[in-house]
Design a protein around this ligand. Structure first.
Ligand SMILES: O=C(O)CCC(=O)C(=O)O
Ligand SMILES: [Fe+2]
Length: 221
C-alpha cells in the first residue's frame, strides 16, 4: 500500500486542533523511532506511572527536558539524576509542526518548546480522557504518532464526555492542538495492533508530544 495514500490536507478537528495525516515521511519516522529507542534507554527509562489514586498507567513513558509525573514537571529524576536534555532537533520539529498546522511558526519571544513526552502503547495500552494542563504556558501541543494506528478521541474543554471526535492517528501523522482547543480533553481509547509500517520494526505505538513548559530553566534558588 502506498505511504502517500494517507497523506492529506490538514483537517481542523476543532478550532485550533489540526490533524495532518502522513506529515512525517517514512524515513523520518524510522529515524525518530531510533531516537526514541535511545531516549528510552535512560536515564529515566520507560515508566508506567502510578496515579494519585493508586491506579497504574498502561502507557509507558519517558520525558526529555523536564521529568513529568502525574501531575507535575520536575527538573530532576526522583533520585536527583539530571533529566535527559530536550534535543534541539525536537525544538526545530515543533516549530515546523506549528507552521504546518497554522501557517506560521511560533512567534519570537513566545515560551520555547522545552519538553517532550515519549509514550509507548503496547496492544493493551490506553490513555483516559485528560487535559494537558501541567504546563505554565499555553503554546500548542505538538503530537507525532509512530507505529500502530490508534483511535485518538478529541473532545471539548468542559467535560470528559461528548461532544468529541474520534480520529485515526497513523504512523507519521501530526496532530497539533492550541488556541481554543489547547485545554480540550483528549485520550486514546484503543490502538490497532499490527498496523505499524513493517519497515519501522516497531511492535506497538509511539507518540511524542512536544510542549512548552513555561517553566524557568534556572529558577532562582
Ligand atoms: O498518545 C497520544 O496520541 C496522546 C498522548 C497524550 O495525550 C499525552 O501525552 O498527554
Ligand atoms: Fe494529553
Amino acid at each position: 500500500m502506498s505511504d502517500t495514500l494517507f497523506t492529506g490536507p490538514p483537517a481542523e478537528i476543532a478550532p485550533g486542533a489540526v490533524h495532518l495525516p502522513g506529515w512525517l515521511p517514512p524515513e523520518r519516522q524510522a529515524a525518530l523511532v531510533e531516537r526514541c529507542r535511545e531516549w528510552a534507554a535512560g536515564p529515566a527509562g520507560m515508566l508506567r506511572h502510578t496515579m494519585p489514586r493508586g491506579g497504574r498507567m498502561s502507557v509507558a513513558m519517558t520525558s526529555l527536558g523536564w521529568f513529568w509525573r502525574p501531575y507535575t514537571y520536575e527538573r530532576t529524576l526522583p533520585d536527583g539524576t539530571p533529566v535527559r536534555p530536550f534535543p534541539a532537533e525536537l525544538g526545530a520539529l515543533a516549530a515546523r509542526a506549528v507552521e504546518a498546522a497554522y501557517g506560521a511558526p511560533p512567534a519570537p519571544g513566545t515560551p520555547p518548546y522545552d519538553v517532550a513526552l515519549v509514550n509507548f502503547y503496547d496492544a493493551d495500552a490506553r490513555m483516559g480522557m485528560h487535559q494537558d494542563r501541567d504546563e505554565a504556558a499555553l503554546e500548542p501541543v505538538v503530537s507525532l504518532s509512530l507505529g500502530d494506528t490508534c483511535v485518538f478521541r478529541f473532545g471539548n474543554t468542559e467535560t470528559r464526555t461528548r461532544p468529541y471526535t474520534d480520529v485515526e492517528l497513523r504512523s507519521g501523522d501530526l496532530f497539533v492542538f492550541g488556541g481554543p482547543s489547547r485545554l480540550a480533553y483528549h485520550g486514546v481509547p484503543r490502538t490497532r495492533p499490527g498496523t505499524a509500517p513493517p519497515a519501522l520494526g516497531l511492535t506497538g505505538r509511539l507518540n511524542i508530544t512536544l510542549r512548552a513548559s513555561g517553566l524557568a530553566a534556572d529558577p532562582a534558588p
